[in-house]
Design a protein around this ligand. Structure first.
Ligand code: GUN
Length: 282
């Protein structure tokens, strides 16, 4: 029977450390680290994320700059705001909440963010550095996954890690981080054949495919570590990508949904803001 990884508790512990370090930064530099969050439109899930980011900043002594823009915002207006934030010395990190409304070009927007302030790690420069094994700012959810493994004493070295999902936000960077720590990685996705056999071979499973309970409990190898990034709203409530009850019986360690990976993501965003702030003043 697996031990449940408590993302809330790990997040609380990490936030204490971030608060302490943000205080030290403020004393040394006469200003707190600053995070600008940009939200365009009214997507309710995004609005909740943005509120949680603001609350996280307040809790940790990071100054937040909130920019809530109307749905009608043009590409030109959004790029102009990013230029202003790039030039603002009080802003160490810039996050543009995704997805953007469909009339805006996400790729061009992400490219416009100064890589030194790219606390999401989504800029091609940040991604390229990670691919080369010389990371600068690393995407928050994959960083949260590595933090959870470390806190539970899981060394990926030599292990078979199977990642289900190939997104730029989670799957690809998580695979690269695990590879940097000497895991053997397999990246699977919605078109992978014999997914059950791939999952059954894994010592570490990272599920980030966005389909409720897509990974069946009986696929999991006895003693595997299961990290579930899924956040799927269903009629039966919020469900992960892994069938939790079945997987828990076989795994040695498993993250719940909610209360697993989710709380770590914003915590790592706060940490990335601190990292960016320190790099900018050095
Ligand atoms: N939308 C869902 N997750 C994320 C994230 O990690 N960063 C941003 N900017 N938008 C998101």
């Amino acid at each position: 029977m697996g031990i449940i990884i408590d993302g809330k508790e790990l997040s609380r512990k990490k936030r204490e450390e971030i608060s302490r370090q943000a205080g030290e930064f403020s004393r040394a530099h006469g200003r707190p680290p600053g995070l600008a969050v940009v939200l365009v439109g009214q997507d309710p899930a995004s609005a909740i994320y943005v509120r949680n980011k603001k609350a996280g900043c307040e809790q940790c002594g990071i100054r937040s700059f909130e920019h809530l823009l109307p749905e009608s915002t043009t590409q030109k207006e959004l790029l102009a705001l990013i230029d202003t934030l790039n030039a603002d010395d009080a802003v160490d990190g810039i996050l543009v909440q995704l997805p953007l409304p469909s009339h805006l070009q996400e790729r061009e927007v992400l490219l416009r963010i100064d890589p030194a302030k790219d606390v999401d790690g989504f800029h091609p420069y940040s991604m390229g550095r990670l691919l080369m094994g010389e990371p600068t700012l690393v995407p928050c959810t994959p960083r949260g996954i590595m933090y959870m493994l470390d806190e539970h004493g899981i060394d990926p070295k030599g292990k078979d890690a199977v990642i289900i999902g190939r997104s730029n936000i989670v799957g690809k960077p998580a695979a690269l981080l695990l590879m940097m720590r000497h895991a053997t990685i397999t990246i699977c996705h919605s078109r992978t054949l014999n997914l059950d056999r791939k999952v059954a071979s894994a010592d570490i499973v990272v599920a980030a495919i966005g389909r409720p309970e897509f990974i069946r409990g009986e696929w999991i190898k006895e003693g595997a570590v299961v990290i579930d990034v899924g956040m799927n709203r269903t009629e039966a409530g919020l469900k992960g990508d892994v069938e939790f009850e079945g997987a828990k019986r076989r795994a040695s360690l498993i993250t719940p949904v909610p209360g697993g990976v989710g709380p770590m993501t914003i915590t790592m965003l706060l940490d990335n803001t601190l990292i960016a702030a320190r790099a900018r003043v050095s």
